[in-house]
Design a protein around this ligand. Structure first.
Ligand SMILES: *Cc1c(COP(=O)(O)O)cnc(C)c1O
Length: 857
């Protein structure tokens, strides 16, 4: 018989071990090795997986064992000391506290998924892991984040394989009672209830789970509550599943419900209401509308409220793949917003923020990324290259401007070192340099000998091999129920063979099967009698993506060939627990997306922090960090070739690099048996990349470039009962109305010879009609650069021109102002320039923001 419900009964904690409650209750243990070591010792050194899931661990401990531990003075003192250490960590001033009084006291962070630990499976891939790392580094640096997400009953999904290698999905229920989560409650003990009005007159209710991630609070909304009808209980069933309306409900809950949850949490805890709201990807975008609704309730008009909200909002776009952007049927949006859902916000206001323009007469969809940009004064992509690609991709939102004017910056992602660096490597650093911060030491320093470094790497590789054998066996058993596990399964992989890792979600652009392009050439590499390679592959395909599942099947079929099966394995159910063993155990991390579709990619970063070398297409983070000596770059074939041709060319380069560079270097052993050249590359990669790839670096950049300016803007716009916001909204209206009459009537230049030389000065006068605006409302700029034969400017720079004369009448009733300026020519070669007028206001972050420009003709 099957149980209808299952839960773990925890033994009662003896009084003397009360501090354990505190230790388990805060997820900081996830990245605090001494605490995990404590958990492990409690169960006599249980396997790592269990020590990293305290709920399961406690359930597995007998009352007798706990009583025994409580009687052990040394153990009790150790628990108390760790609790004291945690409390110090939670309260002492850290980096952020050194920034001074003007830094905001609360910042909200929104993401649809969070990868904090395998024990809390609320992530599907890169976005979630990144969000988890963002929270952890924020905690370490003392950045006052409060984060919001959804609590998915089944997380993403568990992956297994059918007998013929087809991905199978199961959705195990996550039991929140077994996790370090508590329900947000009113003072009288009743759970806080977040309510959203639905078009059919019903309401969607959610409770709020509170998780402590070090110093950061994470609020997770959960619709599986008795107040909801059965169908509405399912709104937070799983990540990225279900149809369009299901997705919309999730996103309404995340954005609108999320802000409501923060308000309740602030009320109940006395915390300050955030002034900055950071939304990751479009999914949480509705949060801005809830804030507008509040401000309208406080007496502002929609446009005025929009200005306040924009000032404090930061939008990060995470994908250059158009299909990755969330879009909805406008009718669905209209239906949901023509209700009591958001008082003061009309559905047409909502549509005006996110509607795409019509294409070929067909009306556009409602686009969450477009709304994201319109609701945030500051926006960024997640690597330098992704910033460029995003400026190109969203260029049409700011018509008339060049790509490099588009107000989307970039902050390259990072990964949380304490989570992702393996313990043996950290121990090595501590022995040599006395610190566990592996990102701050110079690995090129031979305080760690080649022999020790290599021995550690071999140990990590052996751990991966052991884990892979366990997983291959389990997978074989599930694919062949009732069968007897054949001997070869216990012998897959070899701890002394060059090990290549490839693991990630399996959308087509990541090209899981590029390595199979020439199977014979790959076989030769795998089976080389002297210098073989071995490959460990993992990854989940989205349940609705049959193309991805076919790629997995193709790989699984290849890996099942008796000849190669001990040299290439596919490990089902890629998750954070597998990742922790996988990254450190590899020598080379392979990344071969179709450039430029990998926004950043973080798995290669985690590999690099563990002394694994990157072998990657020049995409995402690698495009800015490859230095020619820290790994290998697979050259990118011309973008105009067919996908098949690109695959062929890039796969050939991949084999070539393996055959002629990577394999020879790995197996080039000196007299001592050590690969000194390889080790030198490892040291260089570890020393130079680790600090750059750390999420601490990323957090500092978010704080400096986005959070502080956003807080200042929000504060300024809210001054004197929102007076600056009201003025800004009125100013924008005036500018939009006047803009059709703004023009540059003509431009005079002088000061140059017929063939000017470097060092000469260009003098300009531009006659500008302001259409009723004043010189204070605009900025007039000389835009110059290298001029191509087609007249396109490249390497563009701007120089502000100053009003030198006027205003004077023009005869047609308009006034015109003369602007002037000088530019010294610094470079030889083709030169081109033009003059443009853009609106300018102190409370607008970028002159480009309104998408208005008048250019000299
Ligand atoms: C790091 C990681 C990812 C994301 O990897 P990308 O290279 O950014 O795609 C996905 N899943 C798990 C389990 C990870 O650890």
């Amino acid at each position: 018989m099957k149980a209808i419900r299952r839960f773990a009964v925890r033994p009662a904690l003896p009084e003397r071990l009360a501090a354990l409650e505190t230790l388990v209750g805060n997820l900081r243990w996830v990245w605090h090795e001494p605490t995990v070591a404590l958990f492990s010792d409690m169960a006599h050194g249980v396997e790592d997986r269990l020590a990293r899931d305290p709920a399961e661990l406690f359930a597995s401990l007998s009352q007798a064992r706990l009583d025994e531990l409580a009687a052990d003075d040394v153990f009790v003192a150790r628990v108390d000391a760790l609790r004291d250490d945690l409390q110090r960590y939670l309260s002492e001033p850290r980096w952020y506290q050194g920034l001074g009084e003007s830094a905001p006291t609360s910042i909200a962070y929104f993401s649809p998924e969070y990868g904090i630990t395998a024990a809390l499976p609320q992530y599907s891939g890169g976005l979630g892991i990144l969000a988890g790392d963002h929270l952890k580094s924020a905690s370490d640096l003392g950045v006052p984040l409060v984060a919001v997400g959804l609590f998915y009953r089944s997380g993403y999904f568990s992956q297994s394989l059918s007998a013929d290698g087809w991905q199978q999905e199961t959705y195990p229920i996550v039991d929140p009672d077994g996790l370090p989560l508590s329900v947000l409650r009113h003072l009288d003990g009743t759970p806080v209830d977040i309510v959203l009005a639905l078009p059919d007159g019903r309401s969607l209710n959610a409770r709020v789970w509170v998780a402590r991630v070090g110093r950061v609070t994470l609020l997770l909304l959960d619709t599986d509550v008795p107040e909801n009808d059965a169908d509405l209980c399912q709104v937070t069933d799983r990540l990225y599943g279900g149809g369009e309306e299901h997705r919309l409900r999730q996103e309404l809950l995340l954005g609108i419900g999320g802000v409501r949850a923060i308000k309740q949490w602030c009320d109940l805890t006395g915390a300050d209401m955030p002034t900055v709201f950071h939304t990751n990807e479009g999914h949480a975008g509705f949060l801005g509308l809830e804030r507008i609704s509040d401000l309208v309730g406080a007496g502002l008009g929609f446009a005025e409220a929009l200005e306040v909200v924009r000032g404090g909002e930061v939008f990060t776009t995470h994908t250059p793949v158009p299909a990755g952007i969330d879009r909805f049927d406008p009718e669905l949006i209209t239906r949901y917003f023509s209700t009591e859902l958001l008082p003061g916000v009309e559905s047409r206001d909502v549509l005006s923020l996110g509607l795409e323009s019509a294409v070929d007469g067909r009306p556009g969809l409602f686009n969450m990324a477009i709304m994201g940009f319109r609701l945030a004064q500051r926006a960024n992509g997640v690597s330098r290259l992704h910033g460029e690609v995003s400026r190109r991709m969203f260029r049409s939102l700011w018509p008339g401007f060049d790509e490099n004017d588009i107000p989307i910056g970039s902050i390259t992602n990072g990964v949380h070192p304490a989570t992702w660096t393996s313990t043996p490597l950290t121990d090595l650093a501590e022995r040599a340099w006395g610190t566990r911060d592996t990102t701050s030491v110079d690995w090129r320093d031979h305080a760690v000998s080649d022999a020790d470094l290599w021995e550690t790497k071999r140990h990590l590789r052996a751990e991966l091999v052991a884990d892979a054998r366990r997983r291959v066996e389990a997978s074989w058993v599930s694919q062949n129920p009732g069968g007897v596990v054949p001997e070869w399964v216990h012998g897959v992989l070899d701890p002394d063979v060059l090990t290549i890792g490839f693991a990630r979600r399996v959308p087509t652009y990541k090209r899981l099967t590029l390595m199979l392009h020439d199977e014979d050439r790959l076989r030769a590499l795998l089976l080389d009698p002297e210098r073989p390679i071995q490959i460990v592959v993992a990854g989940k395909s989205h349940p609705a993506d049959d193309e991805g599942k076919r790629l997995i099947q193709q790989l699984v079929e290849f890996a099942a060939e008796p000849e190669v099966r001990s040299r290439i394995v596919f490990l089902p159910d890629y998750d954070m627990a597998m990742a922790k063993t996988l990254f450190p155990g590899t020598d080379v991390w392979l990344n071969n997306p179709l450039r430029p579709l990998e926004a950043c990619g973080t798995s290669g970063m985690k590999a690099a922090l563990n002394g694994s070398l990157n072998l990657s297409v020049l995409d995402g983070w690698w495009a800015e960090f490859a230095d020619g000596a820290n790994g290998w770059t697979i050259p990118t074939a011309a973008a105009n070739l067919s996908p098949e041709e690109r695959d062929r060319i890039e796969a050939a380069s991949l084999y070539e690099l393996l055959e002629h560079h990577i394999v020879p270097s790995f197996y080039d052993r000196g007299e001592s048996g050590l690969p000194h050249g390889w080790l030198a590359t490892m040291r260089h990669s570890l020393a130079t990349l680790s600090p750059e790839l750390s999420a601490d670096r990323m957090l500092r950049q978010y704080v400096g470039a986005l959070y502080l300016p956003a807080a200042a803007a929000a504060e300024r716009l809210s001054e004197s009962s929102y007076k600056p916001a009201r003025e800004l909204a009125a100013w924008k209206r005036r500018v939009v109305e006047a803009w059709p009459r703004v023009e540059i009537s003509h431009v005079e230049s002088g000061g140059l010879d017929v063939t000017p030389q470097v060092g000469e000065t260009l003098r300009l006068r531009a006659y500008v009609a302001l259409g009723g605006l004043t010189p204070d409302d605009v900025s007039v700029e000389l835009v110059y650069g290298a001029g191509s034969a087609e007249g396109e400017l490249t390497d563009v720079a701007t120089l502000p021109l100053q009003p030198v004369d006027g205003p004077s009448g023009r005869g047609d009733g308009e006034t015109s102002v003369v602007y002037g300026g000088e530019l010294r020519l610094e470079r030889s070669g083709n030169f081109g320039y033009t003059v443009r007028v853009v609106p300018h206001h102190r409370d607008v972050a970028s002159d480009v923001e309104m998408g208005l420009v008048a250019v000299a003709r």
